[in-house]
Each structure stands twice: as C-alpha cells, then as structure tokens.
Design a protein around this ligand. Sequence first.
Ligand SMILES: [Zn+2]
Length: 400
Amino acid sequence: MDDQAHAARTMWNLLHEWWTMLPRERRSPAAADRAIRQARKDIDWLGVLPAQAAQAVLKAYLQAWNSCWAGRAGEPKFKARFRTVMSVDIPQGRDLHIIRVHRRWGLVNIPKIGRVRFHWTKDLPVGKRAGKENRITGARLVNDALGWHIAFRVQTLERGQEHHARPEVGIDVGINVPLALSDGTTYGHDKWLTEREMTELLRLEQRAAHRRRFQKHREKTSKRLRATYDRIQALRARAKRRHLDWQHQTTTDIAKKYGTVVVEALQITSMVRSARGTVDQPGKNVVQKTGLNRAINGEAWGRTVEMLDYKTARNGGTLAKVPASGTSQRCSACGFTTSGSRESQAVFVCKNPNCGWSGNADHNASRNVLHLYRMGLALIPAAGRAVARRARRVKPTTAR
Ligand SMILES: [Zn+2]
C-alpha cells in the first residue's frame, strides 16, 4: 500500500510539473491523460499504481484546478513526502468483491494487492442488500499513524426530506463548554486522551526532546528516535479519531433535532493573527485571546461547521451564518453591550442598571447568535457579506 501511495503522490507531482511547465494553450485533460499513460510506461515503479488509481489522481488534480478557478481554494501544490496524507483511490466499486466473514470483519479485494481483511464498522450494502439504488461505488485507502483505513463510497436513496417545522437554534463555540445551544442544551466531551495516555505522551515527548539534544548536525535520525516519534504520532492520531467521532455524533444529533442552525461566521486564521496585533499597535488581552484561539483551533470549529452544513442539508434543514461581533459582550435579554473584558469568563452579568440579567456566558452568546439571525442578518454564503435578509425588527425582550 505504501508503494502505491508513494507512486500516487509522485504521479501528482509529475502531473503538476508537466501542467505548469506547459504553455497554456496546450493544457487539456486529454493531453494530461496521454502524459499519465506515457509516464506509467516510461517509469517502471509508477506501474505499481493501478491504472484506475492513476486516473483518479488526474481527476483529483483537475478538480483542484476547478476549485481554484472557482475561488474555493488556492492553486494546487506539490505534495511533500512527509507532509502529505498517504492515500490511494479505488474509483470503481465493482472489483472490490466485499464479503462479510464475521460480525466485525470483512474481506475486500484491493487492486494489485489481493484479499485484505478489514474491520467492519458500518452497515454496507453488499450481497442481497445491494441493488441499483443502493451500492458501493468505490473506496479510498488512507494512512495515518495507526495504519491503513478504507472508506467506502456508497450510493443510497435518501428518504424524502421532511418539512415539518423543527426549531431554530443558535450555537456558540464555548470557552467552558465546547458547544452551547441557545435553548440551553450543551454538548461536552471528556479529554481526548486519558490521564494515562497523557502521561505517556508527555514522557515520549520528553524522551524525543532529550534524544534530539544529543543528535549531531545533519546526523541521521536514529531508529530509536524514529520509534519514539511513531508512538507519539499514534497517540495523537488516537486523540484525533476520538475528536472526529465526537464531532460526527454531535453534529448528526443537532442536524436531526433542529430545522435551522445558526452559527457565527468566525474567521479563525484572521483572529489568530489580529490578537497579537502589530509592533505599532499591539493587540489587547493577547494572552486571553491566544488562549481562546488555541481552544477554538483545538475544537476544530471549521470542521464542525462543515459537518453541520451538509448534515442539515441532508435532513432538510439549513445552516445560517451571522457576522461574529460582540455576541459575547451583548446581553441577550436587553441588548445592552458591556464593553471591556468581563470579570468572569463563565458567567455573564449585564451591566445595564435596568436589567441586571446574569447567566451562563456561552448560553448568552448563543442566544445572541440566534437573535442576529432573526433580525435578518444572515450572511449570504458565497459572497460572505452581511446582507439584510429581511429587515424584520424583533423586540429584544421577546422570547428568543
Ligand atoms: Zn441586560
């Protein structure tokens, strides 16, 4: 599998070099296809990559340019050896011949490798359950520090979208709780690694740092140090999987329960940059802000929003984004903004003498998020500009 993945990566790099060196008028998918076929003939070890997988590389490469031209992504780049997630695509499902051999194990045919056993974790349409409308159309093999995984592409008929009214909800990325909803629901989680795993990780990191100190300039990384790195990576990969699992569970739950989900349109990277400020204008509360940023990055908010986006759509709901400004400083009961930093991160206390509302700070912010949506301040997705959906005034004191 490693050989195939390296060949796929090299194929991408060769293709990218060929494409960018070629005069513009000679670039075309057909010419790229011919170049790929030629490369597989000329370079022996590229042959380990099955022809179908090579085609999948071309398809992904052309898609990358399409995304770039549509403004969704930057230009395609070379894939570096150590910074790329190793993966191989199997674009067709018919050669996979999946069999379930045990409640928890299945067998799959991998091109040029043969029968491979895999851990059966999800319902798959195979055997009698497969049909024209319900079938496996391909697979992708991905490597991380814990080994190779297979993800199947499945085509199914979705149930018709239900249009019964489900409630609207605002969500805030909490400081104290990972997700706080405007109706008072919160979604929390344990630490991604147990106490014992954290101790182990710390010990391994210290050991790696110690060994690195005795490494001479340009000396090759020792086998022992590399083994330590592998164990560190495996622990991190385990934490990441637990995180992903939690994200999938919570976003599925939210998308099923609510019809309209409103979130803040956070620009995480610009927030990280702006907190530090410049030399002339250093940012305020840098320590608190970087702490928050780290927490936001840690919670991988962007991925949560992405999941909510497609999951709400799948359940017949919508995801709306509102401009993120002052949602944590404004009182959700009277609309009064308390400027400056609050005494407590966990509790919001309204400084308006006529109001004095106090409550969970994350809950307050999520109520504000929903309120902004009801005021008609949802952002239009593509343009990302605040456009008044409809100038409907909602009295701040009405139930939100
Ligand atoms: Zn108030």
